[in-house]
Design a protein around this ligand. Structure first.
Ligand SMILES: Nc1ncnc2c1ncn2[C@@H]1O[C@H](COP(=O)(O)OP(=O)(O)OP(=O)(O)O)[C@@H](O)[C@H]1O
Length: 254
């Protein structure tokens, strides 16, 4: 459903991504990890059509990306800036649905349903600033879910929440992925998280950013914060990814 062909991006004479090729299948959850500055966010911005790559192309559902595609949603780390403080939580979630058409009542009903699915059934009439950080990030996720994109991009979505909330939100993403079959690309700094959530982990190296390795996560789809993380296969995969990321900091990409 997503094809990245010979993608290159430079900011001025600083080449950040070089000749990147990646295919993502319908319904896959792909984690992207790599050292700071290797171009993970730049890659997501190219896929989201927020920046035009300097070379190569991104093809989503058979159509080359040229501007922000209609059937895509993005969740960023900085939830405090992504929600509009003057709109209620429900209206924040319903806002992007205007692009989909439908009546105001239908949009509100979809928003309520998405809020329920992230455990915020009672928060619709509140304002974002009345909620905790973790709850605000749930609202951002609900907004993306209500939109029912064919591709969901998440850029360090749990980087600013506490450890317990992070685990809850990770499990929420797994549940959404399992139930809705959504294709998800998730950028994270957290190696454990990349393995816990991913069907596949893509490791980027830097100078310039290239795919250094792709690791299939051959764990059962059903995951559990305690049992999965204690599983010998999980521990092996985490070590493998960790070694590749550490190697990517110092050596040039393979
Ligand atoms: N708008 C921009 N203009 C110029 N340089 C940029 C811009 N955005 C990013 N860069 C540079 O491109 C490189 C890659 O940045 P990017 O944010 O894509 O990396 P990242 O892997 O997401 O980093 P991090 O893990 O620290 O968030 C960095 O050296 C960064 O300074």
């Amino acid at each position: 459903m997503l094809e990245i062909n010979a993608l290159t991006h430079s900011y001025g004479d600083h080449t950040v991504l070089s000749d990147m090729n990646l295919e993502v299948a319908e319904g896959e959850l792909v984690s992207i990890v790599g050292p700071s500055g290797c171009g993970k966010s730049t890659l997501l911005r190219c896929i989201a059509g927020l920046i035009a790559p300097t070379g190569g192309k991104v093809v989503l559902n058979g159509t080359p990306v040229d501007g922000v595609p209609d059937d895509l949603a993005v969740v960023f780390q900085d939830y405090s800036r992504s929600l509009l403080p003057w709109l209620t939580v429900r209206d924040n979630v319903a806002l992007p649905l205007k692009r989909r058409g439908g009546t105001r009542a239908e949009r509100r009903a979809s928003a309520e349903e998405a809020l329920k699915s992230v455990g915020l059934a009672d928060a619709g009439r509140k304002y974002p600033w009345q909620l905790s950080g973790g709850m605000q990030q749930r609202v951002s996720i609900a907004r993306a879910l209500a939109y029912r994109p064919s591709l969901l991009l998440m850029d360090e979505p749990f980087g600013s929440v506490d450890a317990q909330t992070r685990e809850d939100l990770e499990d929420l993403v797994l549940q959404v992925h399992r139930d809705g079959g959504m294709t998800i690309l998730l950028v994270t700094h957290d190696i454990d998280e990349s393995v816990y959530l991913g069907d596949r982990v893509v490791v980027l190296g830097r100078n310039p950013g290239r795919i250094r390795a792709e690791i299939a996560v051959d764990l059962p789809a059903e995951r559990d914060q305690i049992a999965t993380r204690a599983d010998a296969d999980f521990v092996r995969l985490r070590a493998e990814v960790g070694k590749l990321v550490r190697g990517a900091v110092t050596s040039s990409p393979a």
